[in-house]
Each structure stands twice: as structure tokens, then as C-alpha cells.
Write a new protein. Structure first.
Length: 350
């Protein structure tokens, strides 16, 4: 079992200055690097204070100067916002600056709000076309001179400058549907997925899609499926209420971005009324505790053993969803101190 963590800089209002936000994110990165996480990820988003990372490569290069063990990745870049030549070159430069530690995660893009401002109003659902064209182009650019005649981009023969440090970074594709799983594996890419706030049957469904895609791609052995869950680990039971409230508030803020139904003022999404989501099971306290990685270290271990039995071999945790900083820090500490060692010991004994 491998473990990785997504660290996103975020704030809900102006009461916390950006220099403090940056320092707190780096706190989590340092703990994760020293505590045994395999990869530290950050997302790309624009004009939204709840995920502050207009250029993840810039942030990863900064974190690279403060870490030495974990690999560093983008989870994920939005393919429609990039040109293949620029992406290949910036990714390679980040790989060099981080000592060859880059993992490159790509997706089709998440929010229509961003597409209206970053992609000339293109419907978000069309982002998959960009994803499917940019990945093979970047792979070829890393190899050497390459000319591209595609549906979206066309350019004459050109070399990517610079090239990645030692070997091309592993590419990961954000996927939930079967076609994207199959595209990823057929193009020598790993898959990252998220079950959102859904129950465990969604984890099983995502892993089944991965296994079916492996068969379709000829059973490659070196490609992996990582799945993301919101995470809060605690040794003080009173933290449970804080975790649930944070998940609900975060979801209310992003609800209008997913559905393009609300407003964003000066970078802060307008949260939907709680009454709008209160009746939905995914916002109920018991469901959230059961479905997400929320609990004591022993409870988290029990949940992850169920994931492992399903076939999942890489867990991505997301502790930056509005938790107070001390709770997020304790989450990462406990995960490093008790959860990761449990699974490492199992591997050693096997």
C-alpha cells in the first residue's frame, strides 16, 4: 500500500493572510515528507480562494526545497488551460528543480465557473477532448523533436526544452468513467480517482473499472490506481464534530461551483443554504464518518484494510478541507505515526 496526500492552500475569508496560508501548507508538507508519505500533491485552480494554486509547478518547486523524500505531483492540472509545448517544458523544469521527483496529474477540468474565464466559456464537458490530445503530445515532446497535427493543436517539429531530469515523469489521469480509465492505461498512464462523499460501493466500482481497463489494455503491471478520500484522524473524540462541520461547510461552498448555480465574490464562493443539502445522505454526520477517512487511527486502519482487500494499493488523503490548522496537523501526524507504520509492518511480515 502506498500513501499520498493532497495539500491545497485555501481560505474561507480574508481573516487569514496569504503568507500564513502558505506557511501552514508548508507545515503539512514537511510533516508528510518526514513521516513516510510517498507523494505530496497540489491542485490547479484559478480565481477561487478555496483552492489557491494558479501554477502548481511553482508551488511544487518551492516545496521541493523543503523536502527530500516524497515525490511531488499535480492533482490535477486542467488540460484545457495548457498548450502541449508549454506543459511539456514547465513540467520538465519542475522535475529538474525537484531533483527528478515530479508526478504529473492531468484532468479535464472541474468547474464551469473556471471554464467561463479560463477557456473562453467552453462547456466543461468538452475538456476530455483536450485531455486525450495533450497527453500523447507531451509524451512525444519529452522524447525529442515532434510535430503535431491534432484536432485542437497544430505545431511544426519542435524540441521540448528542457527535458525531464532522468526519466519522463509518471503521468496520472483523473478518471471516474470507464472510457477515461481505458484511455489512461492504453497510454501508459496511472489513474487517480475520487469517490467524493459516496459510500464504499463507489470505491468498489472505481476499482472494478480499473481492473476492467487493465484487461482491455493487456494487463500492464507497472500502472496503478490511487483513490482520494477526505481525511481527519484524531485522538480527541470531540474533533469529530469539527471534522463533520468542515466537510459540510466545504461542500456548501463548492456546491455552486459544481453546479454553476451560485456566485463567487472577490474569489470566495457563496455557500448554498444548508437547507439545500441537509436532506441529502452525503451530508449526514453518520454517513460522512462512515464513508470518509474520519476517525481514530484504529478506525482509519480498519477502513483502509477494507480498501486494500478490494484491491486498492494507493490511498490519497485530503486533509485540507477547512479543518482548523492544528486539527489538520494532528491528522497528518497521526497518519504518519500510526497508520502508515501499520501497513508497512504488514508488508514486511508478508
Amino acid at each position: 500500500m502506498k500513501f499520498s496526500i493532497i495539500v491545497n492552500m485555501a481560505r474561507f475569508d480574508r481573516s487569514k493572510s496569504m503568507d500564513v496560508v502558505a506557511v501552514e501548507a508548508l507545515d503539512l508538507v514537511k510533516i508528510a515528507d518526514q513521516g513516510g508519505f510517498d507523494i505530496i500533491w497540489t491542485a490547479e485552480h484559478h480565481t477561487i480562494e478555496l483552492t489557491i494554486s494558479p501554477n502548481p509547478f511553482q508551488l511544487l518547486a518551492h516545496w521541493g526545497n523543503h523536502t527530500k523524500n516524497a515525490r511531488l505531483g499535480t492533482a490535477v492540472l486542467a488540460a484545457p488551460y495548457w498548450h502541449p509545448i508549454r506543459l511539456a517544458g514547465e513540467a520538465a523544469m519542475c522535475d529538474i528543480l525537484t531533483g527528478g521527483r515530479l508526478e504529473l496529474g492531468l484532468g479535464r477540468g472541474a468547474y464551469q465557473y473556471e471554464f467561463d474565464r479560463m477557456a473562453d466559456g467552453m462547456p466543461q464537458g468538452e475538456g476530455g477532448r483536450y485531455l486525450r490530445e495533450i497527453i500523447p503530445a507531451v509524451q512525444r515532446l519529452w522524447e525529442g523533436d515532434y510535430a503535431h497535427e491534432g484536432e485542437i493543436w497544430q505545431f511544426p517539429s519542435v524540441a521540448c526544452v528542457p527535458k525531464p531530469l532522468n526519466r519522463p515523469p509518471q503521468i496520472w489521469v483523473a478518471a471516474r468513467d470507464q472510457n477515461t480509465f481505458e484511455f489512461a492505461l492504453k497510454n501508459n498512464c496511472n489513474v487517480m480517482s475520487t469517490a467524493l462523499r459516496k459510500d464504499f460501493s463507489e470505491i468498489e466500482d472505481l476499482e472494478n473499472k480499473f481492473q476492467a481497463a487493465k484487461v482491455e489494455a493487456g494487463n500492464p503491471r507497472n500502472l496503478h490506481h490511487a483513490t482520494l478520500r477526505v481525511c481527519c484522524v484524531y485522538d480527541d473524540p470531540s474533533v469529530l464534530d469539527t471534522a463533520v462541520k468542515s466537510v459540510v461547510d466545504f461542500g456548501r461552498n463548492f456546491e455552486n461551483l459544481f453546479k454553476n448555480s451560485g456566485t463567487v465574490k472577490d474569489g470566495f464562493p457563496e455557500p448554498v443554504d444548508f437547507d439545500t443539502v441537509a436532506a441529502r445522505g452525503e451530508y449526514q454526520a453518520e454517513s460522512l464518518k462512515e464513508n470518509l477517512l474520519i476517525g481514530t487511527p484504529d478506525e482509519i486502519i480498519q477502513k483502509l484494510e477494507r480498501y486494500q482487500a478490494t484491491g486498492i494499493d494507493h490511498i490519497m488523503i485530503g486533509p485540507t478541507f477547512g479543518l482548523p490548522h492544528d486539527v489538520a496537523v494532528r491528522t497528518v501526524e497521526l497518519f504518519c505515526e500510526q497508520v502508515i507504520p501499520h501497513f508497512k509492518a504488514k508488508e514486511m511480515a508478508a
